[in-house]
Design a protein around this ligand. Structure first.
Ligand code: HSE
Length: 309
């Protein structure tokens, strides 16, 4: 095998109560990447379509993540990367994570899998560090593991795959503005009140329990964020209306996807998720804000091979 074409999924980080620790992978939105072995050592990014992003290896998240992998293995050949970026940077659904995770996953396959998934998360985090200034793992982990993931610890890195209920669907609406993750992090407070922390860890426990027992009602009750959402939601147009309309339409819960501006909901079943999508769309249509919207089953597989040669 000398060349792989892959699908690298978009992801929802935080999932309301799990800032920097919880994430999930989507199925219907993601980037396509082609990675091939070449005789010249190192990493070369040969083509990017869909978005205007740097081709220089050191300035591109996929390049930086791939170099982090190559630094830990003897390799007398190199790799070329082509990207068709379908996930818009600054949308809050893990654009940089998909590029970083896709690059290292495909290179690992072409090398005969010398690294495990946690190693690949570690390499991908170097791409996140370039993109946001912080090497958080809550987008790259679900992109690589699939389903829901928990970053139990960043140092040492400990990623836990979480059971994904069969009928769980996500709806994500992206108002067409860009929010840089670094800006959305800079506005956060650095301390948390004990009373808010108590609510937050109650919800994280509730969400994990709800996912394992496929208790959709408990999942919904646990999708609350008392720490980050009250601060970041002011950056997102009509956030409160989108949330209240989606809950009225039957969503289990609603919150900010990653650092925003995308807003996500979880629903039980595809028809419920489609109904919620209509409610979310109608808010932005009423106030005249352009949007993209995605309805997706939770992607249990993570990165997928589309073609191999
Ligand atoms: N946990 C990160 C944040 C995710 O919310 O800043 C960024 O996509």
């Amino acid at each position: 095998m000398n060349e792989l074409k892959i699908f690298a999924p978009a992801t929802i980080a935080n999932v309301s109560c799990g800032f920097d620790v919880l994430g999930l992978a989507l199925d219907t939105v993601g980037d396509e990447m082609t990675i091939r072995k070449v005789s010249q050592k190192g990493i070369k990014i040969t083509k990017i379509t869909g978005q205007d992003l740097p081709l220089e290896t050191q300035k591109n998240v996929a390049g930086v993540a791939a170099l982090a992998l190559l630094a830990e293995i003897e390799c007398d050949f190199g790799f070329e990367i082509e990207m068709n970026k379908r996930i818009k940077p600054g949308s809050g659904i893990g654009s940089s994570a998909a590029s970083s995770a896709g690059a290292v996953w495909a290179i690992n396959e072409l090398l005969g899998k010398p690294f495990n998934l946690t190693d690949l998360v570690r390499f991908s985090m170097e791409g996140e560090r370039l993109a946001t200034g912080v090497s958080h793992a809550d987008n790259v982990a679900p992109a690589l593991f699939g389903g829901f993931t928990l970053v139990r610890s960043s140092e040492p890195l400990d990623i836990v795959g979480i059971h994904t209920p069969k009928e769980l669907y996500a709806t994500v609406i992206h108002p067409q503005i860009e929010v840089k993750t670094s800006d959305a992090r800079n506005i956060l407070k650095t301390t948390v009140q004990l009373k808010d922390a108590i609510k937050q860890w109650g919800n994280i426990g509730g969400l994990i329990s709800g996912l394992y027992t496929e208790n959709y009602e408990l999942i919904g009750r646990s999708l609350e964020d008392h720490i980050i959402e009250p601060i970041r939601s002011i950056l997102i147009p009509a956030f409160d209306e989108v949330k209240s309309e989606s809950l009225k339409a039957g969503a289990l819960g609603c919150g900010i996807s990653g650092s925003g501006p995308s807003i996500f909901t979880l629903s039980k079943g595809e028809s419920a998720a489609l109904k919620v999508a209509e409610a979310m769309k109608s808010v932005y249509e009423k106030v005249g804000i352009d949007y993209d919207i995605h309805v997706s089953k939770i992607n249990k597989q993570g990165i997928k091979i589309l073609e191999s040669n």
